[in-house]
Structures are given as C-alpha cells and as structure tokens.
Design a protein around this ligand. Structure first.
Ligand SMILES: Cc1cc2nc3c(=O)[nH]c(=O)nc-3n(C[C@H](O)[C@H](O)[C@H](O)COP(=O)(O)OP(=O)(O)OC[C@H]3O[C@@H](n4cnc5c(N)ncnc54)[C@H](O)[C@@H]3O)c2cc1C
Length: 589
C-alpha cells in the first residue's frame, strides 16, 4: 500500500510567506484566520487523511462500489469513516456560517482538498460534489431553497451531485434531452436519463440532492434552452423532515479503470419533482458556478495524486539497490537507485512541478476569495477574470502532469510498480479520469483560447502578462534572483508572441488555433508555475538565514524547474505555430 505524509511544512510555508497579497489581506472576512489556526486545521486534517482515509484507497480498489437490489453499497469502511468525517465537521470547513459552516478560506480548504486527493480520491468524491452543489445553491438559489437544503448539506448528512451528462450529450450540452414540465404549484417534473453521475447513489447519507440540467417544454434548442433544477432523491416535507421517495432511480453503476470506490451512476428521472434554480434557460451559467470551482478542485486532485506518487517513489529510490553510481566509492554491492543521475532527474522533475503547482494553486485560492468577497467591484472583477483565465490551465496542466508524474513514479519502481503490491499503479489508474471529467483537457484548452484570453471585460491575458512582467522587474533588482527573472522573462516573451499569433490566426484560420490550443495552454501553465517559483525564490533568498535547509531545498528545486522544465515552452511554441494545413488535409483512410 502507498504511504503518505501530508506536506504540512510546504503548505504552512505558502500560508505564512506567500500571504503578502494586498487585495486578499484586505478581506475583512478572513482577518482572524492566521497561521496558528491554519496549522491547527492542517494538522487535524493530516491525522484524518493519513490514518483513516488512506487505508480506504486500497480497500475501495479491491472492493469497488456495488449495485445490488436497486441500491448502491460503498466499499467496506467507507460508512464508518464518512460518519467520523462529518462528525468532525470536515464537510463544513469552507461553508458559510449562516448555514452551519466554519467559514474557512479556500487558502486552507484547497490544502485539505489536496490531502484528501492524495489519500483516496474515491472517498473524497462523495463529499466533493456536495460542496460544489452547495456553492451553486448558495449563489443561485432563493432563500426558501437555501434554508431547506443547505444546512443538512453543510453537515454532510445530505450529499450533492452534478447531473449534466446524457448518453448522447457529453461535451456538447446543447444536445441535452432531459425534459422538465412545469406544474401548477411552480415545481417541475423531470424525465430523462443521466449517465456517469459521480456519487449519484450511495449509502453514506440519508438524502442526495441532485443538481440537474434539463430543458423546459417551451425552451429554445441548444444551450440557450437549458435550465437548472434541484431534485432531491427523497422529497422534503414542509417541516424539513424526509418525505416520499422522489422519481429518481439508479439504473446501474459503471465498472471502471480507476476510482473504483466511487460510484459512477446511471440515473433515471421519471417525473421526478424538481425546483428551478436561477432564471429559466440560464441554467448553464448557474451550473458554471459549480463547474468552475470543481475544475480547480480537479486540478488539485491531480496535484494530490502527484504528491503521494512522488513521496513513494522517493522512499523506494532510497531503499532499492541496483548498479553502481558514478559518485560513490563503495566497491562491493550495489548503490541505492537514488544515487543514479537519471533517477534524481526524474524525482526532481516531480518535486519541482508539484511544489510550483502548489504555490500557483495557493495564489489562485487567494484570487478566488478576492473575486467573491472584495468590497471594490473593480478589484473583484479583475480577480474574477484571472480566476476565469487560470481555471482551465490549472485543471489541465495539473492533471496532465499527474499522468506524467504517476507514470514516472511507476517507472522508478520498475516491475514492482507495474504489479499491484506497492499501490503505485493504482495512482496512475485513479488519476486517469482527471484529464477527462469536468470537461476534457482538450476542451479546457479550447475554452481558454477561444473564450478566456479576451472577453467583454477586456484583454485578460494582457493584464496577466503585465502582472508577471512587474514581478519579473522586481526580481531583477536582486542579484540573487536576477538570473531566474531573466530566464522567466525570455519565456514570458514566448507566451506574448504565441498570444499575438493566436490573435492573428483567429481571423485567418480557426483550425490553426484549434490545433494550437493544447500547446498554448501548456505554455501559459508553465510560465505561471515559473512565476510562482519566482515568488518563492524571492522569499527563499530573503529568509535563508532562518531555515537554511528548507530554503536551499527550495532554491535548488526551483533551479531544476528553470533549467529543465521551462525550456519545454520552446517546443510547445514551435509545435503550436506550425499550423493545421496538413492536419486538416490528412486522409485517415
Ligand atoms: C468516472 C466519471 C465520472 C463522471 N462524473 C460526472 C458527473 O458527476 N456528472 C456529469 O454530468 N458527468 C460526469 N462525467 C462525465 C464526464 O464529464 C464526460 O465524460 C466528459 O465531459 C467528456 O464527455 P464524453 O465522455 O461524452 O466525451 P465526448 O464529449 O464525446 O468527447 C470525446 C472526445 O472528443 C473531444 N471533443 C469533444 N468536443 C470537441 C470539440 N468541440 N473540439 C475538439 N474536441 C472535442 C473530447 O476532448 C474527447 O477527447 C463523469 C465521467 C466519468 C468517466
């Protein structure tokens, strides 16, 4: 079984030292949330994830969720752990105190998301969609709905789902068929089939609150005719007690490559009672509240799985002895594989990506809070634009890197990685869904390039590159960070050139742009991780005397990133701007 130690040191470093974010620090809401409280929460979270949740990963993989007699049973141990999980208040961590939440910022809850993803993604998914559904209802529901549903969702005794996908409608939600017929009392009756619904049914909570996209009878075709409905598995009486079973049933659950402990369900809606959330025919934009936050969390899933894969590969490389390294004097026996240059390169590849991603994700958590709660509407909008720009980047880059890192970790284990014993191949299988769900990574790249770079609020990418430029100028002033800043600047210029090429090609050939999207997302992602590393370097050089070992580790890890990972940008740029003529003309027959 894979082992795991929550990286609290690194998380606390970010929380304490990268806090110097003016607009985030202006938020009244989080003035009281200081490092002591954060440390306390993270230590408790580490205990929970390391001791109780980690063992569920293997159990869930070997005893997948089951569908029996029309109901779903979660793997052994899930029920008991979930009970403790909600008793300890973990579902309420980032929720609003008005509905019973603890009101903690995403700068803390994102770390908890990472720990859960490292320990067991399958177990995490049972509460993850609930938080997404909670956020959507909080933002778009009327007061009576919020009062009726949110407190029990915050407590975790009711869970939530997100029901978009149908048999012929995946990426293209315009094809959606589920119907909603309005009733005389203002409720709706929904009929249709949803597939691939995460936690669509299970035995952990007494009720499940489905958020369902459907089409009202007189709605226009395509995405402009989609509304959002709340459909409880069990109806709620006026006094808040559980009433009759609603017209939602589970048809089956999927047999999958990974995340086997998570139930992925076919749900049939047969005249199920639903309540419209948000305005009619604007359901997609309401659902995007849930999907956008979820996409960032899926990126964090990739980060969490990368972290545990790295930790295990590192431990194994210290134990496994094979071959003689070039640097040891020993004459008998073999050296630990960590002494070989290529294994060290692979480990640093993982470590420098993971720590850079964590710093980027921390910054994004700060921006998300500013976008939600800052009192100045201009600052709020700027932060919202940055979050919108970076959401597809974090979702795709972190999950794609999760594939690279889990694969490389397996490689370090050699044949023992491919076999089941060490739990490494499970990480690879579990991570494989993350580039697919919540909108595939290619679709994220298309979204980024066609919709996010420039929008009605202006030139978002221009604003972001200027922000990085200012950071570079600051770092160039110090002799210690100057070289790093100059290197990042060179790559930022490539991003700027690539952006100009995209803008020009947008009018000449949309296929050229479509074929370049993935490369562009990678360039923007790597520049962003580089920018995060530059901030970490600024602090590391300044604080060196306080903890030499920790900060030297940071500087050398950053050096690897700048020397060995940032240059990938050049290849992506060259590949991206090569156009699409031969791609589109190619005859696949
Ligand atoms: C384990 C699991 C859990 C899931 N959980 C949920 C859930 O809780 N709720 C829910 O609603 N759904 C859920 N899904 C569904 C998931 O979000 C979809 O599978 C995903 O969005 C892709 O849709 P699709 O499978 O229909 O693929 P398609 O949309 O058919 O895409 C197939 C391929 O075509 C590409 N493609 C599609 N359109 C374009 C385009 N315009 N341009 C270029 N390429 C394109 C895609 O990138 C992909 O590579 C889950 C799926 C799985 C497997």
């Amino acid at each position: 079984m894979a082992t795991y130690n929550a990286p609290i040191n690194d998380m606390m470093f970010l929380f304490e030292k990268l806090r110097n974010n003016k607009h985030y620090n202006e938020l009244e809401k989080y003035k009281e949330v200081g490092p002591d409280l954060a440390k306390d929460i993270l230590e408790q979270a580490a205990k929970m994830t390391e001791n109780l949740i980690l063992p569920l990963a293997k159990i869930g993989d070997e005893n997948p969720a089951k569908f029996e007699n029309g109901a779903v049973r979660t793997p052994p141990g899930y029920k008991e752990t979930y009970k403790k999980f909600i008793e300890d208040g973990w579902t309420s961590l980032s929720c609003d105190p008005e509905y019973g939440g603890q009101g903690m910022p995403k700068t803390i809850s994102a770390f908890f998301d990472e720990m859960l993803s490292s320990a067991s993604l399958s177990f995490k998914l049972y509460s993850e969609l609930s938080i997404g559904a909670y956020n959507c209802i909080l933002r778009h529901g009327v007061d009576s709905i919020k009062k009726k549903f949110l407190p029990n969702m915050v407590k975790g005794i009711w869970s939530g789902t997100m029901c978009l996908t149908e048999p012929v409608c995946g990426t293209d939600l315009g094809l959606l068929k589920t119907k909603a017929i309005e009733q005389s009392d203002g409720t709706f009756k929904l009929s249709g089939q949803k597939i691939f619904i995460t936690s669509g049914d299970h035995d952990l909570t007494e009720n499940i609150i489905h958020l369902v996209l459907a089409r009202a009878l007189d709605a226009p075709a395509g995405t402009k005719g989609i509304s959002l409905f709340l459909v409880p598995k069990i109806q709620i009486e006026d006094d808040g007690s559980l009433g009759q079973r609603n017209g939602v049933s589970t048809g089956s659950i999927e047999s999958k490559m990974g995340i086997k402990g998570s139930a992925t369900c076919v749900l049939n809606f047969d005249g199920a009672v639903g309540y419209m959330i948000g305005p009619k025919n604007k359901g997609l934009s309401s659902m995007f509240t849930m999907m956008n936050l979820e996409r960032i969390v899926v990126g964090i899933q990739g980060l969490g799985i990368s972290e545990i894969a790295y930790q295990n590969a590192l431990n194994y490389s210290k134990e496994r002895k094979q071959g003689k390294s070039n640097n040891t004097q020993s004459t008998n026996g073999a050296d630990a594989i960590i002494d070989h240059a290529d294994i060290r390169r692979s480990l640093l590849n993982m470590k420098s990506m993971i720590e850079g991603e964590r710093a980027l994700s921390f910054w994004l958590a700060q921006q998300t809070e500013v976008s939600l709660y800052h009192s100045d509407s201009k600052i709020k909008q700027q932060a919202a634009d940055l979050v919108s720009l970076m959401t597809p980047v974090v979702k795709s880059l972190f999950t794609d890197m999760g594939m690279e890192i889990t694969s490389d970790a397996m490689q370090i284990f050699g044949g023992y990685g491919y076999t089941k014993d060490q739990g490494i191949e499970q990480l690879y299988r579990d991570n494989r869904i993350t580039p697919i769900y919540e909108g595939t990574n290619s679709v994220q790249a298309i979204d980024l390039v066609f919709r996010k770079l420039i929008n009605k609020n202006g030139n978002i990418i221009g604003y972001y590159t200027q922000l990085i430029k200012r950071g570079i100028v600051e770092s160039t002033k110090s002799e210690e960070t100057k070289l790093f800043a100059e290197t990042l600047n060179k790559h930022l210029e490539v991003l700027i050139d690539f952006t100009a090429w995209i803008e020009k090609s947008m009018t000449n050939s949309k296929d050229d742009v479509g074929a370049a999207c993935n490369d562009y997302l990678r360039v923007l992602g790597l520049v962003s991780v580089g920018y995060s590393w530059l901030k970490v370097l600024d602090i590391s050089f300044k604080e060196m005397k306080n903890n030499k070992k920790f900060f030297m580790d940071k500087i050398e890890t950053a050096r690897f990133f700048f020397d060995r990972i940032l240059p990938r940008i050049d290849t992506h740029y060259k590949s991206g701007i090569s156009g699409s003529k031969n791609i589109m003309k190619f005859n696949f027959n």
